[in-house]
Design a binder for this molecule. Sequence first.
Ligand code: NAD
Length: 280
Amino acid sequence: MKNLIERAARDLINSSYAVALTGAGISTESGIPDFRGPSGIWTKDPEAEKRAYQTYHKFLTNPKEYWEERLARPLLGDLGKVEPNPGHYALAELEKMGILKWVITQNIDNLHQKAGNKNVLDYHGNYSKLRCRNCGNRFDSKGYNLEKLKEEGKLPPLCPVCTEPLKADVVHFNEPIPLDVAKQSREEVLKCDLMLICGTSAVVYPFAELPRIAKERRVETESKTESGLYLVKKISATTIIEINAEPTPLTYERISDYLIQGKTGEILPKIVEEVKIHSL
Ligand code: NAD
C-alpha cells in the first residue's frame, strides 16, 4: 500500500494536467450512504432503486407530484448539514497546489465545493440548485421556499426566465446529462494526462465512459534499438489511478493502471503528504 501511495504521489507530481473523477464512495465518510457499496441504499433496499427509475418520467408527466414526492422523501436526507471529510479536503489541497485541474463528480452533495475546490463539474447535478430543462438556466434553491409553495398548492416552481416547470438540478435515471456539463467533462478528459478515480463503482453511464475515453487517447513514443532503428510505440496518454474500497470493472478490464484499495478519506490525505515530501 505504501508503495502505491508513493507511486501515486510521483505520478501526480510528474503530471501536467490531472483531473479527478469522484463518486458516492468519497462521501460515505461524511455520513452519506452510497448506492451500491455493501451498506448502500440500493444494496439494502432494491425497491428504492426501481422507484428511482420512474422519477424522471414523473417530472415529465406530473411535475407537481414529482415535487411533492421529493419533498416528502429526500433520498439522501438533509445534505445541507453534511460536512466534507479528509478525502474532499485532500482534493481541494491538490487543486490549490496547481496539480489538480478539475474534479468531475457524480455526487450531488456539493461537498467538493464546500471543501474549497473551485473547478468542479457536477456531472449529475447539484442538490442545491434547480434547473430549467427548457432554457438550461440554473437557480440557487435557497431562492425557493418549496415547502411554502407546497402548502399553497403552487408546486411546481416555475422558471423566472421562461415560465416552464423547474426540476431539481439532480440528473435522474433516463435523463440526459445537461449538454454544458457533458461537453466540458469530455474536453477535460481529452486533455488530462492523469486521472484519479475516487469512490465509484463505475457502472453508471455515460459517466463510466469517461475513464475509457481517457484510456483510448494515445501518444507515440520513440526509442532507438541496438541496430540503430527507431521503434515507435503508441501508448495510453493518461495514467489512471483508482482509489476504491473494492475492485471495479475499471480494475478488472485494466482501464486503470493500478488500484489503491481502501478508504478515500485515509488514502488521499496520505498521497497529499507524499506529494509535499517529494516536491520539496
Ligand atoms: P456507487 O454507490 O455505485 O459506488 C460507490 C463505490 O465506492 C463502491 O464501489 C464502494 O465500495 C466504494 N466506497 C464506499 N465508501 C468508500 C470509501 N470510504 N472509500 C473508497 N471507496 C468507497 O456510487 P457511484 O459510482 O457514485 O454511482 C452512484 C450514483 O448515485 C451516482 O450517480 C451519484 O450521483 C449518486 N449518489 C450520490 C451520492 C452523493 O452525492 N454523495 C450518494 C449516493 C448516490
